[in-house]
Design a binder for this molecule. Sequence first.
Ligand SMILES: [Mn+2]
Length: 319
Amino acid sequence: MRAGFGQFKDATPEYLRFAAQYGATDVLLNGPNLPNAGGIWKLHDIVKLRLAVESYGLKLSAIENVPTSFYDDIMLNGPRRDQQIEHMIITIRNIARAGIPVFGYNWMPSMVWRTEPELIRCGAVATAFDDAEAQKLPLTHGREYDEEEMWGNLEYWIKIITPIAEEEGIRLGIHPCDPPVPVLGGVPQLLRSFEAYRRLIEIYPSDSNAIEFCQGTFSEMQGDDIYEMIRYFGERRKILYVHFRNVSGQVPRFHEEFINTGYVDMYKAMKIYDEVGFDGFFIDDHVPQTYQDTEWGHRGRAFANGYIQAMIEAVTKQG
Ligand SMILES: [Mn+2]
């Protein structure tokens, strides 16, 4: 088990030096700023990213998220679906051929939703969500989408892309829908429960059909047990990497917390990853905004990542 930094878009010396100096081994780039070649990322652009990361002694272990415009019609069965599938196949092949073993993405046409932030310890600013507020907002995609219609779109895609991923030797994983409420803006938040993820991995059983395990979002799922989900998917080798962050509670209302002040016992969680033989990396995902921190949150991330490194050491030394 290893510590990584992620959630930045550019493989700049500033971020990479920070990651290396604070003891990470792995890097995850989220939605990298690559030239958009007509809905495709080109191989040489991705290779350049990997080489930049490796020049700091780090490993580019995953890319997370392409622009939503690359595949929104795949999620919603829109008019450009077939063309987007062709293009996504090219991009995913290029990520694999550039030497990056994991691609994480999501199934959220309108991305992550939050309502008004909350002030937590000594005025630190944490993102928050209140479904009562969110449900007042208008439709995002012109109409209400049906749950089974959305499952049909997902199944269609998974059955096409998984054999291609197998052929290329890349593993794909989907981030849970955050916040995991039934519907936002008329679009079902499909991947919002333990049950939904069991259904996802059964669509096409394969090492290449896996999970981007955002422990933060899994912790937000109403009525589901976070420790049981880590064990279940960990034992089945479905966890590609972990967003190791903490929250105050589950939907319909929660706010994000410091890594060691949320409702989840992070030591207990880390022990389960170790027990099931998880051998991937953890990133901090996002952190509360503290006084005079940067927008990306260098201070907050250094704190959270140090905590991750300490937890890994604690559970692995204990044996
Ligand atoms: Mn996440």
